[in-house]
Ligand binder design. Structure first.
Ligand code: PMP
Ligand code: GLN
Length: 404
């Protein structure tokens, strides 16, 4: 048999042209580097400690009791759908019908892909905040859409002196054209840690209504907010029926491997997203759905304790990075810190080269933000560190970076 190459036997590329610009994700590359070098992995965002024992036990019980070991219902098990609607109601005063307005997915990743595949026609423009989470670009491409980035820009607050990335609302308004189909938002935002404010979200809502846009909002870090508050865009005037809200259990409960995510939206939007989703995985994670239903009913103290614990970790790593000479953008939410390496006295100004060298040179893995930009120059000197790790691991990483 003739060996297949990346151009196949006919000379035509094997990979379809919609995916031609995509290779291995940066998370896979950097985690493999961490395993190979034994370095501390502050690259890919996953906790080094599992979530609550009772939630893990709930999954074990479901498995043992034979709940979810066969295909669960297409929209998700009723217990989880009800837990999701209870959560949206008690936290945000958003009322959804668990039978018609919820869809359980294989993580937020599938929810994002299914939403874009369902709602975007080839040629439609999709606006995404840049730097953007890597699956957005791939999902827009799979749907045949055209990605239109609106860049979050570094900003220094003149009264507090804090550095953060902010959205330029005029730039967002100017990016909307007659071909714009939807806005793909993410707040709290990975990788910058920006949490969109009430004023910003109001302006986005007004724009979506005025230009009759759909919005897909990725809120997987909704519970990881240290400064300010998380406000779902669906709660703003005119937004409930044009917004697909996405979240997931991975970040909130520290079980990223379970891949239980969900969508809440109007019946029409949920039906559209489900139409695409049913041909991707159909269903997934049966026993874990039971466990996540229980997790969503944990007392409020679980959520506040997890957030406060992470805030302490943010401060350990942010202070350590500052002492090591990095310019630090202290995140308001998520478990990532974006830094700028331009200020370091290293001579190295390229984030990708810096991250490839970092494990060998000082035993730490990080992620270059350039891969989250259409124009890699825009994020060339930015490097992201994850702080969802034990405090002693973060201190050790900081001291290695300081010694370098
Ligand atoms: N959206 C954002 C912004 C993320 O950072 C991630 C990664 N964890 C996801 C979606 C994917 O979530 P899940 O693991 O639930 O698919
Ligand atoms: N969301 C995680 C991050 O940003 C990675 C998830 C993945 O590996 N796809 O680090």
């Amino acid at each position: 048999m003739t060996a297949m190459t990346s151009t196949g036997t006919t000379g035509r590329p094997l990979l379809n042209r919609r995916l031609a610009e995509f290779g291995t994700t940066i998370f896979a590359e950097m985690s493999a580097l961490a395993v190979r070098t034994g370095a501390i992995n502050l690259g890919q965002g996953f906790p080094d400690t599992d979530g609550p024992e009772e939630v893990r036990e709930a999954a074990v019980r479901a498995l043992r009791d034979g709940r979810g070991n066969q295909y669960p219902p297409g929209p998700g098990i009723p217990e989880l759908r009800t837990a999701i609607t209870d959560h949206q109601l008690t936290r945000y005063d958003l009322s959804y019908d668990p039978d018609r307005e919820v869809l359980v997915t294989a993580g937020a990743t599938e929810a994002i892909a299914a939403s874009l595949l369902a709602l975007v026609e080839p040629g439609d423009e999709v606006i995404a905040l840049e730097p953007y989470y890597d699956s957005y670009a791939a999902s827009i491409a799979l749907a045949g859409g055209t990605r239109v980035p609106v860049t979050l820009r570094p900003h220094t607050d003149t009264t507090t002196g804090t550095h953060s990335f902010r959205l330029d609302l005029d730039e967002l308004r100017a990016a909307v054209t007659d071909r714009t189909r939807l806005l793909l938002l993410n707040t709290p935002h990975n990788p910058t840690g920006t949490v969109l404010t009430r004023t910003e979200l109001s302006a986005i809502a007004e724009l979506a209504v005025a230009r009759d846009l759909l919005v897909v909002t990725d809120e997987v870090y909704e519970h990881l907010v240290f400064d300010g508050e998380h406000l779902p865009l669906a709660s703003f005037p005119g937004m409930r029926d044009r917004t697909v809200t996405i979240s997931s259990a991975g970040k909130t409960f520290s079980f990223t491997g379970w891949k239980v995510g969900w969508v809440t939206a109007s019946p029409e939007l949920v039906t559209a997203v489900r139409t695409a989703k049913q041909y991707l995985t159909y269903v997934s994670a049966g026993p874990f759905q039971y466990a996540v239903a229980e997790a969503l009913h944990l007392p409020a103290s679980y959520f506040s304790h997890a957030r406060d614990d992470l805030r302490t970790k943010r401060d350990i790593l942010a202070d350590g990075l500052t002492q090591a000479g990095f310019e630090v953008f202290r995140p308001q939410g998520t478990y990532f810190i974006t830094t700028d390496i331009a200020a370091l006295d290293l001579g190295e100004k390229d984030g990708l080269a810096f991250c490839r060298a970092l494990p060998e040179r000082c035993g730490v893995v990080a992620v270059p933000n350039a891969v989250f930009y259409d124009d890699p120059e825009a994020g060339r000197t930015q490097v992201r560190f994850a702080f969802c790790k034990r405090a002693d691991v973060l201190r050790e990483a900081a001291s290695r970076l300081q010694r370098w």
